[in-house]
Design a binder for this molecule. Structure first.
Ligand SMILES: Nc1nc2c(c(=O)[nH]1)N[C@H]1C(S)=C(S)[C@@H](COP(=O)(O)OP(=O)(O)OC[C@H]3O[C@@H](n4cnc5c(=O)[nH]c(N)nc54)[C@H](O)[C@@H]3O)O[C@H]1N2
Ligand SMILES: Nc1nc2c(c(=O)[nH]1)N[C@H]1C(S)=C(S)[C@@H](COP(=O)(O)OP(=O)(O)OC[C@H]3O[C@@H](n4cnc5c(=O)[nH]c(N)nc54)[C@H](O)[C@@H]3O)O[C@H]1N2
Ligand code: SF4
Ligand SMILES: [Mo]
Length: 815
């Protein structure tokens, strides 16, 4: 593959920036290295060179960090004698929202340690005959043999069971790329190959957002996210339900910069509601309200009670724009007492008034705090944002819709300074993607239920298991592709159960893993295909969530592929050739040809986007988009711009959910409700109070050390952010646990050995094991790697059939 690389910083002419910013009318800029320093008085190109690079290097190449953290950062890689010797961040842009410099976080800055990691997969391998999946015993094989085996087995399984027996497992390891792209799965090279062969079993949902994605359309008709965070500047008050941009969107190409900048400039009041005192709470919030996990809908109910009692709700908005806030606005034929107001005031079937005192016993938040909160929130429109943590629960769907109701009761929807109560939205450059092919198969499972589909696929139905596109599955999963993902075990729930399932070769017959490193999932492969990293190939990068900033990066090939690795494009081309679909797969293009094609097509959508060669020369291209005000059109003119709900209005009461609650076969303890009631769940806050064996609620927050499991084997990151379980001093004291003591966290599903971080930064009764650590069972099956999924369950949430990975009960003892 040809390499066109950026010269070292000092050699880049300043006029290139000036030329392009002028051509683009001032809002867009093709910004070459050195441009930023060129803009600052007194810091010229020569200074730029010394400021960014003390090393004598051969070249500096624009690359990127493509992991799934919601941000997406350019990385300028400096090469000496064919090796990456240093990684530098973006050096373009400034400190304003919309034109910001995209400063990579410490993970991206440590990427050399991931590229040159001793865990790198170096050659194709086959599981040693006679050993079990997961044993970790391998035989090296040639690429020829690997391609022949995979294509032969794939053909056999397609012939024997059909296309719905082949599955592409969830994997977000390299989702920043366009060609080397592992997610969404329909955009990956693996999906393109399968689509040339008649398709594969689809999935819907993600591990990130199953409950919010499923629940939101019942309220708003579509998957509406809320206003972009830059609009907080226009808000009176920002309320964050488990929203933690400072740890989960950690860069200038994410929301950390936007959140900090808005707070600094406008000093808008911010309240964080979270079981943990997060970095967002620490740095930005005026108030932290610790809450028991899974109880946000009860908190909203308590707030609603006060608002109704004191007449604080925006009744005009509710009457004009919403269905089912009160009994006067229920759909025809629905019995009185079914509205949200009836539920709150005790006029519904349960007859219980949802007073602040009622909410206090459930949430752990004092009643007087709830009253104060209700008066403050009820004073007018408010920006309510929810993170994805609150919805990753057994009844997360109701938490999601409860936050929507609060946005409606305050009349906040569709206006600046307000919002829908959803997850943050942002501007995104509308890049074209001609690489995607349609999957001819329409049958889909919820992404979380692939283990069930291996175990008992043909027993799974639409009304019991959420199968879509068909009434039931006809065949179990027999062939698993696992590309750029660690959810074959590490990121999926209940490791012991998953390992046992995967070890039964009569069930899933072939597992192919494509990864860079020997992860816990890779250990369960039959065939291991070693991929190049993003530094070893060319791609065009889709941007992260970053307020109003739009950008794209040409991530060039920095170094030659290490060891005997290949690009996934090449791997899939070889298999396509063996199965007679090479021309359909490549359409005659190389990977570079496809990247060029993507840029050419995108220029039809974005006329000011430079050509591929210009982009490649500059590395990054930025533009300033607009502030997103969600559902603005609907707010301004609901008659002309109705929502896509059955009523065209915001459905606080959903008749569709009312029907589903009667039609679906739900497991005991699961509940679907037409208004967002607080539903006490299995392994929830209520059960914790009476469960003497497992009295602690356990969550697993997303952690700065890693992006999920990616970067989890980087020495620098392990040193900066060790894997520890957060436990409150009260719970630690009860158990004689001191800070740094090694403890065991356990339930009936498994056991984890891990050091304790005794800290008041987590609510009493709750512990958190940061998710994504590498599952490392010892000979007794105790996980010494600290993976929270040793303790989580396969049981899905009721409506979304999503992963409730923050709903768990456990016990902790000193090891
Ligand atoms: N308990 C619990 N579990 C969770 C969560 C939780 O909150 N709690 N969160 C869930 C969420 S939101 C998500 S998104 C999932 C994430 O789960 P995954 O999508 O599995 O994410 P990672 O663990 O980062 O795994 C990415 C894999 O891609 C590999 N990879 C990286 N770059 C490349 C590349 O260039 N090529 C190839 N071939 N491979 C590459 C990495 O080595 C790694 O094995 O986890 C879910 N699991
Ligand atoms: N550093 C880093 N950044 C990441 C990732 C990563 O692994 N590492 N993963 C990325 C991905 S794919 C995703 S999907 C996002 C995930 O982003 P989120 O899902 O938002 O992250 P979480 O840490 O699971 O949850 C956010 C917060 O919710 C809190 N929380 C948990 N349960 C509840 C609850 O019931 N109520 C309330 N109010 N709060 C609760 C947690 O304590 C946490 O502080 O992050 C992305 N960014
Ligand atoms: S991990 Fe996320 S924030 Fe950090 S460098 Fe990579 S893309 Fe940027
Ligand atoms: Mo995610």
């Amino acid at each position: 593959m040809s390499q066109s690389v950026q010269e070292t910083t000092s050699a880049v002419p300043r006029r290139r920036f000036l030329k392009w910013s002028a051509a683009a009318g001032g809002t867009t800029a093709l910004v070459g290295a050195g441009a930023y320093f060129g803009m600052l008085p007194g810091i010229g190109a020569a200074n730029a060179a010394t400021a960014t690079s003390g090393l004598d290097v051969d070249k500096t190449v624009w690359s990127s960090c493509n992991v799934n953290c919601g941000s997406r950062c350019p990385l300028r890689m400096q090469v000496k004698d064919g090796q990456i010797v240093r990684v530098l961040p973006d050096n373009t842009g400034d400190d304003e929202i919309g034109t910001q410099q995209i400063r990579a976080c410490v993970r991206g800055r440590s990427v050399r340690h991931r590229i040159y990691n001793p865990d790198r997969l170096k050659t194709p391998m086959r599981r040693k005959p006679g050993t079990k999946r997961g044993d970790g015993e391998w035989e090296e094989i040639s690429w020829e043999e690997a391609f022949d085996t995979v294509s032969g087995e794939l053909k056999r399984i397609l012939d024997e069971y059909g296309n719905e027996a082949v599955y592409i497992n969830y994997g977000t390891g390299t989702l920043g790329g366009t060609i080397a792209c592992s997610w969404p799965p329909n955009q990956s090279p693996v999906a393109r190959l399968m689509n040339c062969l008649g398709g594969y079993l689809n999935h819907y949902n993600t591990y990130s957002s199953a409950q919010i994605t499923s629940a939101t359309p019942y309220t708003y008709g579509t998957n509406a996210s809320t206003n972009s965070n830059d609009d907080w500047a226009n808000a009176r008050l920002v309320v964050m339900f488990g929203y933690n941009p400072l740890e989960v969107r950690m860069s200038g190409g994410g929301e950390t910069f936007v959140a900090q900048k808005v707070k600094k400039d406008s000093n808008v009041r911010m309240i964080v509601i979270d079981p943990r005192y997060t970095d967002t709470a620490l740095d930005l919030a005026d108030e932290w309200i610790p809450i028991r996990p899974g109880t946000d809908a009860a908190l909203v109910a308590g707030i609603a009670h006060v608002m109704i009692r004191e007449g604080l709700q925006d009744q005009a908005f509710l009457d004009a724009y919403c269905v089912g806030f009160d009994d006067e606005h229920l759909p025809e034929g629905i019995p009185a007492g079914s509205s949200y107001k009836s539920y709150i005031m005790g006029a519904g079937p349960d007859g219980v008034e949802k007073t602040p005192e009622w909410a206090a016993t459930i949430t752990g938040i004092p009643a007087q705090t709830i009253v104060r909160l209700a008066r403050e929130i009820g004073a007018g429109p408010v920006a309510i944002n929810q993170g994805l943590g609150p919805q990753r629960h057994a009844s997360g769907e109701n938490t999601v819709r409860a936050a929507h109701v609060l946005a409606c009761m305050t009349g906040s929807v569709g206006i600046s300074g307000g919002g829908t109560g959803g997850h943050s939205g942002s501007y995104s450059l509308p890049m074209a993607n001609p690489w995607i092919m349609q999957n001819p198969v329409e049958t889909a499972i919820s992404v979380f239920m692939w283990t069930d589909a291996i175990d008992h696929g043909p027993d799974m139905t639409a009304t019991k298991d959420g199968i879509r596109g068909k009434d039931k599955l006809d065949v179990p999963l027999k062939f698993m592709w696992n590309y750029g993902g660690n959810a074959l075990i590490n990121q999926h729930s209940d490791h012991n159960r998953t390992a046992a399932l995967l070890q039964d070769e009569s069930k899933c017959e072939l597992i192919v893993v494509i990864d860079n490193v020997m992860t816990s999932s890779a250990r369960f492969a039959d065939i291991l295909l070693p991929d190049v990293t993003s530094a070893e190939q060319l791609d065009i990068i889709k941007q992260g969530q970053s307020g109003t900033l739009g950008y794209t990066i040409v991530a060039d090939q920095v170094i030659d592929p290490l060891y005997d690795t290949k690009t996934t494009f090449e791997m899939m081309s070889e298999i396509a050739e063996r199965l007679g679909v090479l021309d359909a797969f490549t359409e005659g293009r190389t990977q570079e040809g496809w990247v060029r094609h993507v840029v050419d097509e995108s220029r039809k959508e974005i006329p000011e986007l430079p050509s591929f060669d210009e982009l490649r020369d500059a590395g990054i291209w930025k533009t300033t988009g607009t502030t997103k005000i969600a559902l603005k059109d609907f707010r301004e003119d609901p008659e002309t711009n109705p929502l896509e709900t059955p009523s065209g209005k915001i459905e606080i009461f959903s008749e569709q959910l009312w029907d589903l609650a009667n039609e679906w076969e739900l497991t005991d303890g699961d509940k679907i409700t037409a208004v967002p009631e607080y539903v006490p769940t299995w392994e929830g806050a209520e059960e914790a109070k009476t469960n003497r064996k497992y009295p602690l609620q356990m969550i697993g927050h997303h952690y700065k050390q890693r992006t999920h499991s990616s970067y989890g084997n980087v020495d620098w990151m392990l040193e900066a952010h060790p894997q520890v379980v957060w436990i409150n001093p009260i719970d630690a004291g009860d158990r004689g646990i001191g800070n740094d003591d090694v403890v065991e966290v356990f339930n009936d599903r498994g056991r984890v050995r891990i050091p304790a971080r005794v800290t008041p930064r987590i609510a009493p009764g709750v512990i958190s094991i940061p998710q994504g650590a590498w599952y490392t069972p010892d000979k007794d099956g105790v996980d010494t790697g600290g993976s929270v999924n040793t303790l989580t369950t396969w049981r899905p949430s009721a409506l979304a059939k999503g992963n409730p990975q923050h709903t768990n009960l456990v016990q902790v003892e000193k090891a």
